[in-house]
Ligand binder design. Structure first.
Ligand SMILES: Nc1ncnc2c1ncn2[C@@H]1O[C@H](COP(=O)(O)OP(=O)(O)OP(=O)(O)O)[C@@H](O)[C@H]1O
Ligand SMILES: [Mg+2]
Length: 308
């Protein structure tokens, strides 16, 4: 079995109909319109684990907050390095409690630095596809109540091509793929882009290169990836949005359970996060159909229940 057919097999086994059906929905995508006053939903994802997604989500959140935005982070990572860890927070409740109807979304929210709100994912996302209709509806109305309170929703996903990761990536308005100089991080980023583009018709991605020592290294990651994309995938656009330098201070911040932008605002990685947030903030939104929080929820929940 070659790599592509192996991946197809995994997705066909793991992804639900909701994810698969997105291919049809997104074929009439409208790209390039600017939406004003609706939450911008951005997934931060990667093929390979441990490339820096959680740190990127946490620090970009702070940078966006410093630019004056109301920022939420949805912690959709089932791994150990959850967003609350880098903020030194210990959530008592998580989305699972909302799904079970035991808590409201506002009751589980925890506040991070700069007024950022974190939605702890916990075990609530062990398998999205298994939620009952009632649970989905409950979640939907809970999220709807927050619509006006959010400018930017960042989703810190897990790594790799699991059905949960695909759900979040496909539901979000924009998808930032994180890769490093490591060859496996590049090939796994390609594998993820390949699955999302060929099987789910997602054609536009942003690339953030993390943990490199120079712009030259970052650009080499972009060139390697874009060459193979141009060669093997049709109509896929990968936009390089910048890099975060390798920074010992970031590691020190992680050990102190703080975001580097909070602990060392003047270090090189902090500057990188601020630059990237500023660039994203001033770039036109690139979305499909609606692109706001309700759109995200429609995708996520898989019910055509919300009127646009
Ligand atoms: N720019 C950087 N400079 C130095 N070290 C970094 C940098 N980015 C990440 N790291 C190191 O990589 C580790 C993993 O980062 P992080 O937890 O953010 O990755 P992740 O992609 O979220 O991992 P997972 O896939 O397990 O969720 C950090 O704890 C830190 O030690
Ligand atoms: Mg993580």
């Amino acid at each position: 079995m070659d790599q592509a057919s192996g991946l197809r097999k995994i997705v066909n086994e793991k992804a639900s109909d909701l994810v698969r059906n997105r291919v049809l929905e997104s074929s009439d995508a409208i790209i390039g319109d600017v939406i004003v006053n609706s939450p911008r939903v951005i997934a931060i994802t990667s093929g390979k684990g441990g490339v820096g997604k959680t740190n990127i989500a946490g620090n970009l959140a702070i940078a966006f907050a410093m630019l004056g935005h109301k920022v939420f982070i949805l912690d959709a990572d089932l791994g150990l390095a959850n967003i609350d860890i880098i903020f030194g927070l210990y959530p008592k409740y998580n989305l699972n409690h909302v799904i079970k109807g035991e808590k409201s979304l506002s009751e589980i929210l925890i506040e991070g630095p700069c007024g950022i709100k974190i939605i702890p994912g916990g075990s609530g996302f062990s398998d999205i596809a298994n939620l009952t209709e009632g649970q989905k509806l409950n979640l939907l109305s809970e999220f709807e109540a927050l619509d006006n309170e959010i400018d930017i929703l960042l989703i810190d996903t897990g790594a790799g091509i699991s059905s949960n990761v695909l759900y979040f990536n496909l539901a979000a308005e924009e998808c930032i793929i994180v890769a490093t100089l490591e060859p496996t991080a590049i090939t796994d980023a390609y594998a993820m882009i390949k699955v999302m583009s060929t099987q789910y018709n997602m054609k536009y991605f942003k690339l953030l290169v993390n943990n490199v020592f120079s712009v030259k290294e970052a650009k080499s990651v972009y060139l390697t990836l874009s060459k193979v994309i141009d060669k093997f995938l049709n109509d896929v656009i990968i936009e390089y949005i910048g890099f975060i330098p390798s920074d010992e201070k970031l590691k020190t911040a992680v050990l102190n359970r703080k975001a580097v932008l909070e602990l060392f605002p003047d270090t090189c990685s902090s500057k990188g996060f601020t630059d990237i947030a500023t660039a994203i903030d001033s770039s036109p939104r690139r979305h499909e159909t609606d692109g706001n929080l309700k759109f995200f929820l429609n995708r996520f929940i898989g019910l055509g229940l919300i009127e646009k």
